[in-house]
Design a protein around this ligand. Structure first.
Ligand code: NJP
Length: 238
């Protein structure tokens, strides 16, 4: 298979950073997008000698930033084969204690950020018969206590995937990855201290971000043979 050209958002940490490493190690070309420029540059350095990593600093809540990321990628490599709008966050709280600003931030990053990315990337992906890998969650299909708004954002991501599948059928493949707990800094953003320390052990025992990255690689590499529409990943508790 050719060396694909892929844009990954939320690439500075966790699943996104592992994905950049996994794809670059195969010799693929990865545009790594997030706000933390220093983290992106160290990923770029770490992957020198394998695939090519472009570090693009920006915020998914700003449409112009993701538009620029798509343009820089296309101008560096002549096109784009896949986008992974992975940037996302969750704040956990019982609904009655929820903080409006945290609800808004989840909607802004997990839904609007995904839409900003897709709006910029889909025209180019359609030209290149490309692939969207959306990052859902078990929370895309189930609602859990203390995470109602996060669950709502991930339900939205799944609906967006389904809509792409229906309306770009002949031009763009779409996969939704629905992981359970993954051991990343994700839970550390929760400001409710009691919940944060209650939940942290579940994430410590969760999947590695490398495992999720491998699954994403598998879906991309299936190009031409079939499309994984949805993959649910759970920790192996044996
Ligand atoms: O989280 P973390 P994960 N603009 O905190 C970026 C989903 N998920 O890897 O901007 C641009 O290590 C942030 O970068 P920075 C989850 O919902 C996870 O676990 O530099 N980027 C960082 O790179 C999310 O969709 C679990 O701060 C922004 C990245 O997002 C995805 O997996 C379970 C940004 C977050 O890295 C990756 O999460 C599940 C912005 N405005 C789904 N705001 C899990 N970990 O258990 C944030 O079901 N980022």
């Amino acid at each position: 298979m050719d060396h694909l050209r892929i844009l990954v958002t939320g690439a500075s940490s966790g699943i996104g950073a592992s994905l950049v490493n996994a794809l670059a190690s195969k010799g693929w070309r990865v545009a790594a997008f997030a706000r933390n420029r220093a983290a992106l540059e160290s990923l770029q350095k770490a992957n020198k000698g394998t695939g090519e990593v472009l570090a693009i600093a920006g915020d998914v809540t700003r449409p112009a930033d993701v538009q620029r990321a798509v343009e820089e990628t296309v101008s560096a490599w002549g096109g784009l084969d896949a986008v992974v709008p992975n940037a996302g966050l969750g704040y956990f709280d019982p609904l009655p204690q929820g903080q409006l600003q945290e609800w808004h931030e989840m909607v802004d990053v997990n839904i609007k950020g995904v839409l900003n990315t897709l709006h910029a990337a889909l025209p180019v992906l359609a030209q290149n018969k490309g692939h969207v890998i959306n990052i859902g969650s078990l929370a895309a299909r189930q609602v859990f206590p203390n995470s109602g708004v996060y669950c709502a954002t991930k339900h939205a991501v799944l609906a967006i995937s389904e809509s792409i599948r229906l309306e770009y059928r002949n031009d763009v493949a779409v996969t939704t990855i629905n992981p359970g707990a993954v051991n990343t800094p994700f839970i550390d953003r929760t400001t409710n201290e009691a919940l944060r320390s209650d939940y942290r052990p579940q994430f410590d025992e969760g999947m590695s971000p490398e495992f999720v990255a491998d699954a994403i690689f598998t879906t991309l590499e299936a190009r031409g043979r079939g499309v994984f529409s949805e993959i649910t990943l759970r920790p192996d508790r044996r």
